[in-house]
Design a protein around this ligand. Structure first.
Ligand SMILES: Nc1nc2c(c(=O)[nH]1)N[C@H]1C(S)=C(S)[C@@H](COP(=O)(O)OP(=O)(O)OC[C@H]3O[C@@H](n4cnc5c(=O)[nH]c(N)nc54)[C@H](O)[C@@H]3O)O[C@H]1N2
Ligand SMILES: Nc1nc2c(c(=O)[nH]1)N[C@H]1C(S)=C(S)[C@@H](COP(=O)(O)OP(=O)(O)OC[C@H]3O[C@@H](n4cnc5c(=O)[nH]c(N)nc54)[C@H](O)[C@@H]3O)O[C@H]1N2
Ligand code: SF4
Ligand SMILES: [Mo]
Length: 697
């Protein structure tokens, strides 16, 4: 019998509703669910890859152990006992911090991992915790922590109601939006234009989004902060400040301080640094402030760059100063059924400890991933000797992948919770593979907190997992129990919860009145209404105020303002493709088929100077490596910048991905310098990396 199952796609942040035809546990078709209260039928080409993922013969189903370089299947029991014992013994000999954990992007897309990994991580008691957040979005969270009192208070652009959308360093028509859950961005962009609004994109590449926008301005990679500061200066000096209803929550002395700090900034110099003309900077600022509603949205290009921390403070500040914060059409906080960041005001969760070798700051309990390799390779007290990875592929996603290869190989023990033997997990001793994708229930806890409209939707699994396989949450739970037996003795029995127990109690503790039972009665989701003003209720600062000039930002700003900016040479930036999902969807043939997608885009004038023709192989050289790649000439690139997509590089020996290893590409992170991070937040600098490009002889 053919049944239609409704669920939410777990691949990216857009939370699209899917209608899946299933017969005898086999997936027949995957389409958009027109009745989904949020996405209304929208999907992208990646959704069908969920079928390929479900059927992928290369996916591991049972634990494997490396024996003399080969993989052998072992029982779950043996796997949990061995992993728990090895981790415990290594910590007994070398201290708790000798075990590190890295959690990757799908952790937040997987309800089981979101709810059950924190308990396991706490058991390990290690300060060496890492995640993809520090290669992605530290700046957003740091600004939330210091300006609004909690790292989860990340405002989202209300693109459903805005009249002016200014996008910096994001390409939501391809990425489908990030830190802004908004299915069908293309439709929403068109709607802004239909209501006579305006969309402006600032990007070193004329992206797919820029081509649909009303205006595009090239910006030299890594220099947006100067543009943002120039905008703040103009707003303050031209008396364009409008605080609206949040006025009582901002100390007026802070505006004077900010004006003072920027008094020496020259707009002409900003134009020279950014490549954006003085008159464009002035027009942009005036248009933005004069629009009925307007919002700046900054994403990866301004998040994982040298000033990622300052950029997101500046973006929030502009939205606030122009009466575009906590207001329809501006930057808003959400009212989700399960709210993140409910903890009480208190001590900042920043710089409570440092990375061992380079002294980079902890934030929210984690250290910057750019330090992971050196913290493993540098001998001495506190050296990392063992690693747990879950939902992550740091060899491809963290700067200097080659150094990580070396570091992972040097470990005494490495356990990966992952579905594939890929670039990272090939170094593991044991891999614990979960049931995933369509086999799991879904609720987008993190993403409902970041959504442009309030909804709630729970999906049951669409197909049964194979008998004997385990979900991520079962793996964390059972591994935790085995580890606790090592610590507390073989008779210790830890309390066992199920995923639905934990999720239901979380729902009930929220104020929405929703229960799991109620959500289950609404397979297309429940509409909880448009975003609403939440200030001051959601503020978590100790004094109940918004802080637009936190001390750490003032000192970072002073350092920035005395910098000399070198505009010479080529700067490398990243890009994403519609049929790609970070590093792990390339084993689906329909995602990789067609012409080579892992090319380096270069402006024809830069190519001509180097005698490079379209399609030729070039050598890209950086401080940390040199890679050969096909050049693709494109006048969509700003002269002086070149672009390579990330997530490729499947040529490494030992990986067991038949399709991906044929469509291998190179890894941009083999060129990115792990030593360069944003001095304020510690986020990796993956955009704006100096490189030399030459023709291969
Ligand atoms: N140069 C450069 N580097 C980048 C970026 C860039 O733009 N340029 N982008 C950065 C960003 S934004 C991010 S988020 C990171 C992503 O970096 P990571 O999170 O480290 O890497 P992913 O490619 O998302 O890898 C996901 C891993 O999870 C596994 N997996 C998939 N589903 C499941 C599941 O349900 N359970 C388990 N246990 N495992 C699963 C996959 O097999 C894969 O190994 O990369 C960052 N790195
Ligand atoms: N299809 C697909 N969708 C995805 C993903 C994927 O891999 N594939 N990954 C998901 C993840 S984990 C994330 S975090 C999001 C990311 O979502 P986005 O941030 O929208 O995605 P990117 O394509 O990385 O966009 C970054 C843009 O910044 C530009 N840029 C680079 N340097 C600079 C700079 O210095 N200044 C400015 N102004 N722009 C700059 C780049 O040219 C690029 O257009 O996408 C998510 N969605
Ligand atoms: S946009 Fe994202 S959530 Fe929607 S179908 Fe595509 S991958 Fe899935
Ligand atoms: Mo990301």
């Amino acid at each position: 019998m053919i049944e239609t199952k409704y669920r939410t796609c777990n691949l990216c942040e857009a939370l699209c509703g899917l209608a899946i035809e299933v017969e005898n546990n086999k997936v027949l078709t995957i389409k958009g669910d027109k009745k989904d209260v949020f996405s209304r039928g929208h999907i992208c080409p990646k959704a069908v890859a969920l079928k390929d993922l479900h059927e992928d013969p290369d996916r591991l189903k049972f634990p494997v152990k490396k024996v003399n370089g080969d993989w052998e299947e072992i029982s779950w029991e043996e796997a949990f006992d061995t992993v728990a014992r090895r981790l415990y013994e290594i910590q007994q000999h070398n201290g708790a911090n000798s075990v590190a954990i890295y959690q990757g992007n799908p952790s937040v897309h997987n309800l089981g991992t979101s709810l059950f990994s924190p308990g396991f991580v706490r058991l390990l008691q290690t300060k060496n915790r890492y995640s993809a957040t520090s290669v992605d979005q530290l700046g957003h969270h740091l600004a939330g922590e210091y300006m609004f009192g909690h790292m989860s208070l990340v405002p989202v652009p209300d693109i459903i109601r805005t009249d002016y959308w200014l996008i910096l360093g994001g390409n939501p028509l391809v990425s489908n939006g990030s830190l802004m859950t908004a299915p069908n961005v293309a439709g929403k962009l068109k709607d802004i234009q239909k209501r006579k609004g305006k969309v402006v994109v600032i990007d070193p590449r004329r992206t797919e989004t820029a081509k649909k926008a009303d205006q595009h301005l090239f910006v030299r990679p890594g220099t947006d902060i100067w543009l943002l500061l120039a905008m703040i200066k103009l707003i303050l000096e031209e008396d364009l400040v409008k605080l609206g209803h949040i006025k009582p929550f901002i100390a007026s002395a802070q505006l004077d301080l900010l004006k003072d700090l920027l008094s020496e900034l020259s707009i002409t110099e900003v134009a020279g640094i950014t490549g954006i003309k003085v008159e464009s900077i002035i027009n942009l600022t005036r248009e933005f402030t004069l629009a009925n509603s307007a919002v700046i949205y900054g994403r990866l290009g301004v998040s994982a760059n040298k000033y990622g921390g300052l950029c997101h403070w500046a973006i929030n500040t502009i939205n606030i100063l122009t009466n575009n914060f906590d207001k329809a059409g501006g930057a808003m906080l959400t009212n989700p059924a399960v709210e993140l960041g409910k903890s009480r005001p208190g001590k900042k969760r920043f710089r409570r400890w440092k990375s061992r070798v380079r002294g980079l700051p902890e934030f929210g309990g984690e250290l910057p991933s750019s330090t992971l390799a050196e913290d493993m390779l540098t001998p001495g007290e506190g050296q990392i000797k063992a690693l747990v990875t879950s939902c992550g592929n740091p060899v491809l996603s963290v700067p200097n992948g080659r150094k990580l290869d070396e570091a992972f190989e040097s470990l005494e023990f490495y356990v990966a919770i992952d579905i594939y033997i890929n670039e990272s997990t090939r170094h593991a001793d044991i891999i614990l593979p979960p049931a995933t994708g369509l086999e799991t229930p879904h609720y987008g806890i993190a993403f409902h907190n970041l959504a442009v409209h309030n909804t709630a939707k729970y999906s049951n699994s669409s197909v049964d997992k194979e008998p004997g396989t385990k979900y991520d949450w079962e793996i964390f739970s059972e591994l935790g129990a085995a580890y606790e037996k090592c610590v507390k003795g073989p008779d210790f029995e830890s309390t066992k919860y199920t995923l639905t127990d934990v999720f239901d109690s979380l729902l009930i503790s929220g104020k929405s009145g929703l229960t799991l039972e109620k959500l289950r009665q609404h397979p297309h989701g429940i509409d909880l209404g448009p975003l609403k003003s939440v200030i001051p209720n959601r503020l978590k600062t100790e004094d109940g105020m918004i802080n637009i000039v936190p001390d750490i930002y003032i000192s970072a700003l002073k350092d920035l303002l005395i910098q000399k900016v070198d505009a010479k040479g080529l700067l490398l930036i990243g890009r994403r493709a519609l049929r790609s999902n970070n590093s792990w969807l390339h084993n689906s043939y329909r995602m990789v088929k067609g012409p080579n997608k892992c090319t380096m885009l270069i402006h024809p004038s830069d190519a001509e100077q180097r005698n490079i023709l379209n399609g030729e192989t070039v050598i890209v050289q950086s401080r940390v490596g040199a890679e050969e790649i096909e050049a693709e000439l494109s006048s969509d690139m700003m002269p002086g910048s070149v672009s390579i997509p990330h997530g490729w590089g499947h040529h490494r020996p030992g990986i067991k991905l038949k399709i991906a290893s044929v469509h291998a590409g190179i890894s941009i992170n083999d060129l990115i310098d792990e030593q360069v991070v944003d001095a304020l937040s510690g986020v990796s600098v993956i955009n704006g990396v100096p490189v030399e490009v030459s023709k291969k002889n």
